[in-house]
Design a protein around this ligand. Structure first.
Ligand SMILES: [Zn+2]
Length: 603
């Protein structure tokens, strides 16, 4: 065992050099004899034959994006997370012993044989409803309004069981109780189904109904991402703060004439957050260790992303966009639409300015090469490689948010080399904001309900401020994304950047994000960062009587942010104190080498 002592780490670094950027502390190096790792979360896998609940597979993605290491086992340790109903009485008995002895159990599926341990009685199933989260010591961050839930069961709490959330009729949708020395937190709302359905919607096969107030005319004869939305346009939207009610004759004209209801809350992110809050609460209650890897490097609280779609490929529009982005000092992801193109030198100018060349897949016009299909995507991708002179085209956004089916586009993306995809967003004024409930990148669930496609979903939140979207949406989006530590994505088009009002909004947006400490990143950079952090595993281990933090990295990661509860601060290294998901953490920012690195934690 060759653990490096705290004194070997030195005291340099850890000093904020800019308001929101942290310098990494020197890495202590790599151990030659790493301690056995103890993942923070055990995903419960019954020894008894059983059926995996639909959506259960997505727990792996939610934990991975949160940078929480987990193991799949029927040996309970750390915080145990149950995602498929336990039907076996032996399983229930073992988990009861684990909790009674001081363990933490989080149930994110119907209680089944764990009903007595959770202190609930299982009631009627719920198809979809809005869940009100109730203040409780378990929660550190409460959503601003009831959350859309898709699926779940009503719960009746037994005496001694607290209600943490309620269905509209008053039945419990989440509960908590103590049992012996441990705790049990139970979600009756189907948290994982809600996350996937809100993020990925339903298969798109026909136009969806418009909003009754005329602000979101989805019945436009075009199949697009918003036709699959799981959110309810009548109940799950709100006006920007201070905006007057919409008139009864709203015409959805351009430029957007007045504020309209928007999807102002990232509902899926809130469900993710509630699961993380439950896990960390359970860990604190039982002295378990669930360290995690921050979403962004260098202590950043969130980021912003700007993209540009080259609709019409007019050189004058491209020039206006280049000028606006230079004035805004933002490197954008420049999505190129087939056919035609800019003058050849403009592609080099775009790259020289630091912008990313990307694809704007057109399945709208309906010609042989501009319709919905894998060969069409492949052909347009090859065209984008040809006109830009670059093999590496890894980002795509579909023209007019075109979509069909559920996840087939992601399969095509995997095949042509698209690694990150940003079509899930609004094409109507009343759908601006978080129509797919998220400010986070995520790997989508595949049609088989088990596999995840190897392409990141990057959400889109608004198009062309002061044209397609009223400027009042800007701060709502920045607030919502930053509050969830995600990415706020704004799209602009060259023709609209020739309009003084939209150009001015673009420049003001760039400054507003920077003033909040949000860096502007391209899609390619987001993609590379997320994939590199997925190769990091943050665990704890015991070395004699001491607890150590152990980090395994598949490849070097610069500026990694490792977060621990204050009771488990690393010893003798500079840390900062931050709040994430409403909870206090100590943050260690460090350049991780490939391999295993350890730090001793405070006793
Ligand atoms: Zn377009």
């Amino acid at each position: 065992m060759a653990l490096y002592s705290a004194t070997a780490l030195g005291q340099a670094g850890g000093v904020a050099t800019a308001p929101h950027l942290l310098e990494p502390v020197p890495s202590p190096g790599t151990t030659t004899d790493p301690t056995p790792a103890a993942p923070g979360v055990t995903l419960w896998a019954s020894d008894a034959p059983g059926t995996r609940a639909p959506w259960a597979a997505y727990a792996t993605e939610v934990l991975a994006h949160a940078g929480i290491a987990h193991t799949v086992s029927s040996d309970a340790s750390g915080v145990v997370l149950v995602t498929s109903p336990v039907t076996d009485d032996d399983d229930a008995a073992r988990l009861s012993v684990f909790v009674a002895a001081g363990g933490a159990l989080v149930i994110a599926t119907a209680p089944g044989a764990l009903a007595a341990l959770a202190g609930v009685e299982e009631g009627a199933t719920v198809e979809t409803a809005r869940v009100a989260v109730v203040p409780d010591e378990a929660w550190t961050h409460l959503p601003p309004r009831p959350l859309r839930a898709v699926g779940g069961v009503e719960l009746t709490p037994a005496p001694g069981t607290r209600t943490l959330a309620t269905w509209p009729g008053g039945a419990a949708a989440a509960t908590a109780r103590t049992h012996g020395g441990g705790v049990v937190l139970m979600f009756g709302a189907d948290l994982l189904q809600s996350v996937v359905r809100i993020q990925q919607g339903y298969p798109v096969t026909q136009d969806a109904a418009p909003a009754s107030d005329g602000t979101a005319p989805r019945d436009d004869g075009v199949l697009k991402t918003e036709d699959g939305m799981a959110l309810d346009l009548e109940t799950d939207r709100a006006l920007p703060p201070g905006a007057p009610p919409v008139g009864t004759d709203y015409g959805h004209t351009l430029p957007a004439p007045s504020p309209v209801p928007m999807v102002d809350v990232p509902y899926a992110d809130w469900w993710r957050s509630l699961l993380l809050q439950a896990i960390w609460w359970g860990a604190d209650a039982t002295d378990a260790a669930v360290p995690w890897l921050g979403y962004w490097p260098s202590g950043l609280e969130g980021i912003a992303h700007m993209s540009h779609d080259s609709d019409h490929n007019e050189a004058a529009d491209g020039r206006a966009a280049l000028d606006a982005f230079a004035a805004a000092d933002v490197r954008v992801t420049w999505c190129h639409i087939y056919p035609g193109g800019y003058p050849a030198e403009m592609y080099e100018e775009i790259a020289a300015a630091g912008h990313e060349h990307a694809l704007h897949y057109d399945a709208m016009h309906g010609d042989a090469l501009t319709s919905w299909g894998r060969p069409q995507l492949r052909a347009q991708h090859a065209w984008a490689q040809a006109v830009t002179g670059r093999e590496r085209i890894v980002s795509n956004k579909n023209h007019c948010t075109r979509w069909e089916g559920w996840s087939e586009l992601y399969a095509w993306c995997e095949q042509v080399g698209i690694e990150i995809e940003a079509s899930r967003g609004p094409s109507k004024q009343g759908l601006v904001g978080f129509p797919f409930g998220t400010a986070h990148v995520a790997f989508p669930l595949a049609d088989d309900g088990v596999r995840r496609h190897d392409v990141l979903m990057l959400p889109l939140h608004a198009q062309d401020l002061a044209w397609a979207a009223h400027p009042s949406v800007r701060d709502v989006i920045l607030d919502g994304a930053q509050e969830q530590h995600g990415v706020a994505h704004f799209l602009f088009h060259g023709p609209h950047l020739r309009r003084p009002a939209t150009r001015a909004e673009c420049l003001a947006l760039a400054d507003a994000a920077r003033e909040r400490g949000l860096e502007w990143w391209t899609s390619d950079r987001i993609n590379s960062w997320e994939r590199s952090r997925r190769g990091v595993r943050v665990t704890t281990a015991h070395d004699g009587g001491r607890r150590v933090l152990r980090v395994d990295a598949a490849a070097p990661v610069a500026g990694a942010s490792i977060l621990l509860p204050p009771r488990l601060a690393p010893e003798g290294v500079p840390v900062t104190h931050v709040t994430r998901h409403g909870r206090a953490f100590v943050q260690l920012v460090t350049d991780l080498p490939a391999g295993t690195t350890t730090w001793t934690l405070e006793p």
